[in-house]
Design a protein around this ligand. Structure first.
Ligand SMILES: Nc1nc2c(c(=O)[nH]1)N[C@H]1C(S)=C(S)[C@@H](COP(=O)(O)O)O[C@H]1N2
Ligand SMILES: [Mo]
Length: 314
């Protein structure tokens, strides 16, 4: 990859300034702007369920499998910053302040950048992507995300030849995230991708779900979605994206490297000491399904791992 430059997208690919200011005003009218004012807990983004103010294009790679029930997807969550119970995030994530918000994009880049909420909601053309999601614990869902390819952001910051990996960090604020007062992991939650995985068109930053703004419990205002990897790679409520030459150590890997590898590709043939990986339970169904290599996205991503022993690099 040395000497490789990611071209900056032509400005025609970015949403014109006036369009996203307008979107922001619309979102404001619909209630997003009120979130700060009502942050006493009367109304959280999760409860407000603000609909997208305009049509969102349907993006590539969507599955036509039936969607997971919206209410289940919003009440059966892993977001340890709000507790380890599946229903904790829905009950407790209302305390998360998502406006204002900013994401720093820096490190091995020529043009470091700070993305604020306006940028996240309007700078990049939004698409809906219906993806299968597979948790390492053995359950799966089909979720309609709204977001944009991470590659759009990475191209804009112009990675240098030293950029081999991308680190991601969740907000660290125990006052808003009560789970961070307990040493479950070494907070903040951290994740990482290799540069080619981060640039892959399946990899998105998501800001919405089921046609509405991202509920807090699902990782508002912006979370990663990497559908061929176990769910823990899809880090929520991101505040920093940092490009480096060295491979990051993700939070779960640091906590237990035998159970959680850096790659974490969905792979029915790589055993986990505590959970079955050959099959999965699609939330809402009774029978177990066979788990597919790369969560069924083999055609799109297998080439990224050509020549790698996936039982070693799990
Ligand atoms: N910051 C943060 N991100 C996180 C987690 C978490 O605990 N904290 N849990 C991960 C796990 S294990 C899964 S399966 C998915 C769940 O996403 P969902 O609740 O939107 O379905 O989020 C991932 N991202
Ligand atoms: Mo997970």
């Amino acid at each position: 990859m040395s000497g490789y430059r990611y071209p900056v997208p032509p400005s025609s690919e970015l949403t014109p300034e006036h369009v996203f200011r307008q979107r922001r005003r619309l979102l404001g009218k619909l209630g997003v702007g009120m979130l700060a004012a009502t942050s006493t807990g009367l109304l959280s983004a999760a409860q407000s369920g603000v609909p997208w103010p305009e049509d969102v294009a349907s993006g590539p790679f969507s599955t036509d499998e039936p969607l997971t029930d919206r209410e289940i997807a919003k009440t059966y969550n892993n977001f340890y910053e709000f507790g380890t119970g599946k229903d904790d995030p829905a009950r407790l994530a209302g305390s998360l302040q998502t406006d204002p918000w900013s994401v720093v994009v820096d490190g091995a880049v020529e043009r470091p950048k700070q993305l604020d909420l306006d940028d996240l909601l309007g700078r990049y053309p939004l698409e809906e992507r219906i993806y299968r999601m597979r948790c390492v614990e053995g359950w799966s869902m089909v979720l309609p995300w709204i977001g944009f390819p991470l590659s759009r952001v990475l191209r804009e910051v112009a990675p240098t030849s030293a950029a081999k990996y991308v680190h991601f960090e969740t907000l660290h604020d125990p006052e808003q995230m009560p789970g961070q007062t307990r040493p479950i992991i070494d907070w903040p939650y951290r994740e990482g991708l290799r540069m080619d995985e981060a640039m892959h068109p399946l990899t998105i930053l998501a800001v919405g779900l089921y046609g509405k703004l991202m509920p807090n419990q699902n990782g508002a205002p912006v979370r990663l979605v990497v559908p061929w990897k176990y769910g823990f790679k899809s880090i929520k409520s991101i505040v920093r994206i940092h490009l480096t030459e060295t491979r990051p150590v993700s939070s779960w890997e640091a906590q237990n490297p035998r159970e959680y590898g850096f790659f974490a590709n969905v792979n029915p043939h790589v055993r986990h000491p505590r959970w079955l990986q050959m099959t999965e339970r699609r939330i809402g169904e009774d029978r177990r399904r066979r788990t597919l290599l790369f969560n069924g996205y083999e055609e799109q991503v297998a080439h990224l791992y050509a020549g790698m022993d996936l039982t070693v690099h799990f």
